[in-house]
Write a protein that binds this ligand. Sequence first.
Ligand SMILES: Nc1nc2c(c(=O)[nH]1)N[C@H]1C(S)=C(S)[C@@H](COP(=O)(O)O)O[C@H]1N2
Ligand SMILES: [Mo]
Length: 197
Amino acid sequence: MGFFSGKAENRNDRLPPGQTLYTSFPVLSYGPTPHIEHTDWQFTLDGLVDDPVTLSWDDLMKLPQSETTTDIHCVTRWSKLDTKWRGVWLDDLFSLVHVKKDATHMLAKSYGGYTTNLPLDEVIGHKAMIAHTFEGSDLTIEHGGPARLFVPALYFWKSAKWVNSISFIDHDVPGFWEQYGYHNHGDPWKEERYSDY
Ligand SMILES: Nc1nc2c(c(=O)[nH]1)N[C@H]1C(S)=C(S)[C@@H](COP(=O)(O)O)O[C@H]1N2
Ligand SMILES: [Mo]
C-alpha cells in the first residue's frame, strides 16, 4: 500500500492546480489540419535579426537534435506526465541568426494562421524546442507534424502545432488565443488560464 500511495503523492506534486491526469493524448485544433509534406516544409526566423533565414526540413535535421521528457498541461484541464519529445532547442535555432539586443518577445506563426506569443527569456535556456518526434515516432499530423513548437512550462496552447516561423519583436503582441481571452502568459502553476477582461 505504501508503495502505491507514495507514487500517487509524487504524481499529485506534479499536477498543477485544477488539472486532471490523463494517459490518453487529446487532440485540440482550432480549424482545419494543414497537410505539409517534409519536402514542402519551411521554417523562417525573421524580425529583429541581422540575417533572416528560411530552413528546409534537411536544414532542420542537420542542426543538433535533442530530447526532453516533460509533463504537459492543457488549459482545458488535462495533464500528461513524462511525455518524450525529440527536436531542436530554440537556442540551437536562434544561434543561426543574430538576434538583435532590443528583441524581447517572439511571435510563432503556423501553417493555417495560428499564432502565439512568448517572452524570449521563457524559451531560451533549453526551455522550448521545435519538436518533430513524440515517444520515438514521427509526430502525427493531428499533434502538429511535421513539427510543432514545444514549450512545456506554459499551458499547451503556447505549443503551436505546424509551426512555420518565429518573428523576433521588441514588444509583446497577443497571439490567436491570447486575443480571444486566454491569459497572455499561461503559467499552469499560477493557473493563468484566462485574461481578466
Ligand atoms: N497551429 C495550432 N497550434 C495549436 C492549436 C491550434 O489550434 N492550432 N491548439 C493549441 C491548443 S489550445 C492546445 S491545448 C494544443 C493541443 O495540442 P495537441 O492537439 O497535440 O494535444 O495545441 C496548441 N497548438
Ligand atoms: Mo488548449
